[in-house]
Design a protein around this ligand. Sequence first.
Ligand code: UT7
Length: 335
Amino acid sequence: NAQLAEVMDTSDDWIRSRTGVERRRYAEPGVGSVELGARAVRAALADADVDPEEVDLLVSATMTPDVFAPANAPLIQHAAGLGPIAAYELRQQCAGFLYGLEMANSLLETGRASVAVVVGAEVHAGYLPFGPTAWGRLRGTHAGPVDPDEYAKATEGRAWAVLFGDGAGAAVLRRGGADEGFLAGRLFSDGAHHELIHVPGIGFRHQPYIDAAQLEAGMCEPHMNGMELFRQAVRAMPEALVAATGAVGLTPDDLDVVVAHQANARIVAAVANQLGVSDDVVPGNIAAHGNTTAATLPILYHELREAGRTASGSLVGFTAFGAGAHWGASVYRTP
Ligand code: UT7
C-alpha cells in the first residue's frame, strides 16, 4: 500500500480501512496467467499425489488470459504436462473458479471425467493504470519522481487499481462417496448488471476490434461502480449460500467455514453478518493478496486447509460474486 501511495493519490490508511488490502503481488513482465496457472496445477497434483497422466479434464478460469485466442486452458494443459485431454475455459471473472468447481463436479458425477483439475489464474498487472515510471517505482527500478501525467492517470483509476493482485490456485477433484464432496450448488447470472464492473474495449462489435482511440479512452481498463457492486455482492452471496444449503436440508449455520470471494474485507464481514454467523466462519485473506479474481477461492481454500480449517467431515461453503454479473454458492463435505 505504501508503494502505491508513491504512484497515485492514496494512502495505506485509506486502502486498509476501506478495502482490507495491505499488500498484493504483481507478476513480472513476461509472466502471464498460463505460467502461474501451470505452476498451481503442478503443485496441486503433487499435493494430491496424482500423476498428470491420470487427469482427464482441465477447467480453467481467468479474466486475464495470456493471449486473446486461444484460451489459457490448452496452454496450461500443455505447460503442466497433462495429456491431450478435454480442456476448456470459463469467463465468469470472480465467480470463475466457483463455476469451474460446479462444471467439473457435474462431469465427474455423470462419469464423463474421472480426475479433474480446476485452475484459477490471473495476472491483472497488464491493465493496471501505471506508466513506466510508476511501474519503475513499484518494481524498484526507478528511484526518481513519478511522471505527473502517470500519477494523474493512476489516481483516476485508484478505486479499482488498489484492489487487484496477481495469483493462481488449483484443485484436483475425483469422484467420491455420496455423502462427501459437492453436495449442492446454485449458480446465477444476470447480464442486467453487466456494467457494474466491465472492460468495455477490445471486442468484435468494434471494427477493428482494438484501436489506439480505445486505448487512449481507457476502454481496456475496468470501469467500476464500486458502491453498487458492494451492495449487490453483500446481498447475492448470502442468498446463494442459503439456497445451496437449503437444497440439501441444511442452513448456513451448519457450515464450518465459508470460502468467500475476497473483493473487500467489508463485503466479507457483511456476508458473515447477513448469514448470522460469526466472522470466524467467513475468514479472509485479502490483506495478503488483494482480489485475485478467479484465483481467490483456491488460494483461500489452500490457506484454510493448511491451517487445519477443512478437516475431514467439515462442511464448507464456497461463494463468489463477479462481473457479469455471475454469482453462486456450493456446499462441500470434505472427504
Ligand atoms: O475487485 C473487483 C470487484 N470490485 C468490487 O467488488 C468492489 C466493491 N466495492 C468496493 O470495494 C468499494 O466500493 C470501494 C473500495 C471500491 C470504494 O470504497 P467506498 O467506501 O465505496 O468509497 P467511494 O467510492 O464512495 O469513495 C469515497 C472517496 C471518494 O472521494 P470523495 O469523492 O469522497 O472525495 C473517492 O474518490 O474515496 C475516494 N477514493 C480513494 N481515496 C484514496 C476512492 N479510491 C481511493 C483510493 N485512495 N484508492
